[in-house]
Design a protein. Structure first.
Length: 271
């Protein structure tokens, strides 16, 4: 399913069946893709709820225009997707940077949102974590992966995440294209990755949090004693109706690691 969000710019949307209301809109993180939500979508479908996982610009199977790599544009794109699909106040869930995007969407378009789920993201405030943009850029710039093959990457992912399913491994590999010589090419180029990262630096979600009127569920990959717990708690306190469910042994990609658990927790937002 492809949705035109701007003249000539189409985003890929992966639907999952279900008739129960409300539906879910699932938003991936930076340099990720919609397929990482497959396990969560399947569990939601078994509970009767339709879901729609979105590939943001230059991610997954979506178009890669020359502009629009910032949080505000991504949130505006989601608003168009909701309207074009005719979704009635969906539960919108974002992971990592996708959480920041969902917070912006909920703050600017409260009429479109039924509830908000934030999976280890939505409170990411880079200026509070780094002394300067240069320090942030140096630490968070992704590796080039030049010359790496799918086999090498698969082995690395499976070693780093031994509890992930085969489906989650394949979904992560889909962040890359495989060239004819077998080497990998990033779908989201490093310059565009850094544009988004700079947007996260310049435009953190902290001012948006008090404007989120919808009920919110925060699912951090951390426990209440974790160093980042204060930031999560502060974000929840800033929102009007937020609950935290801690995951002290969770991966940053909780939705890939524990899809059934995350789906069951997100279903708490259904009333």
């Amino acid at each position: 399913m492809r949705i035109e969000v701007s003249p000539g710019v189409f985003l890929n949307v992966v639907p999952s069946d279900g008739a129960a209301r409300p539906p879910f809109l699932l938003v991936h993180g930076l340099s990720s893709n919609a397929r990482l939500w497959q396990g969560v979508a399947a569990a939601l479908s078994r509970s009767g709820h339709a879901s729609f996982a979105v590939d943001l610009r230059s991610h997954g199977e979506s178009d890669a225009p020359e502009w629009g790599y910032d949080t505000a544009t991504a949130a505006a794109d989601l608003a168009v997707v909701i309207k074009e699909l005719g979704l009635d106040r969906p539960i919108v869930v974002g992971q990592s940077w996708g959480g920041n995007v969902v917070v912006r969407l909920a703050a600017r378009h409260p009429e479109l949102i039924g509830a908000v789920g934030l999976v280890d993201g939505g409170w990411t405030d880079l200026p509070s974590s780094f002394s300067s943009w240069e320090a942030c850029e140096r630490v968070l710039r992704p590796p080039s992966m030049e010359g790496a093959t799918a086999a090498i990457l698969r082995n690395w992912i499976s070693s780093a995440h031994p509890d992930w399913s085969e489906q989650a491994l394949e979904a992560t590999l889909a962040n890359f294209r495989i060239r004819p010589d077998g080497t990998l090419e990033r779908r989201l180029s490093i310059p565009r990755h850094m544009e988004i990262l700079r947007s996260m630096w310049d435009d953190p979600p902290i001012p948006d949090l008090p404007q989120v009127a919808a009920r919110a569920l925060l699912l951090p990959a951390a426990g209440p004693d974790d160093p980042k717990a204060d930031r999560v708690s502060a974000a929840a306190s800033a929102m009007r109706a937020a609950t935290i469910l801690w995951h002290p042994r969770g991966d940053h990609d909780l939705h890939a690691q524990q899809p059934d658990v995350i789906a069951s927790e997100l279903l708490r937002l259904v009333t």
